[in-house]
Design a protein around this ligand. Structure first.
Ligand code: FES
Length: 112
């Protein structure tokens, strides 16, 4: 059985524009997820690295939100242009990109 080295979850949750909570990207982030998938494929990182869509990751106001497990690296405000760099630096190089990282103290799950 293969073991993932990185599993990238891209929030593709959508909410109505009127929803006060908002969401990562009203268009749903599918393009962002697809950009990760094609970058992973292009670099031959399958099957050890995977990208999937996820539901709300609870960081809506900081989105578009991406989390990489098992390293638990949270990135916010991720744009399509950031995808090659995230794959190159974080997935291949093992380095966290500080300007995209959601600091621990801002993560909603750590605020309680
Ligand atoms: S809608 Fe994307 S984190 Fe909540």
């Amino acid at each position: 059985m293969s073991q993932f080295t990185h599993h990238i979850f891209v929030c593709c949750n959508q909410r109505e524009p009127a929803n006060s909570r908002g969401c990562c990207d009203p268009s749903g982030n599918e393009k962002l997820r697809d950009a990760f998938k094609s970058e992973i494929k292009k670099r031959g990182l399958k099957p050890l690295v995977r990208a999937n869509s996820s539901g709300c990751l609870d960081q809506c106001e900081l989105g578009p939100t991406v989390v990489i497990y098992p390293q638990a690296i949270w990135y916010g405000g991720v744009k399509i242009e950031d995808v090659p760099r995230i794959v190159e630096e974080t997935i291949v190089g093992g380095r966290v990109i500080e300007e995209l990282r959601i600091p621990d103290e801002q993560l909603n799950c750590r605020k309680k």
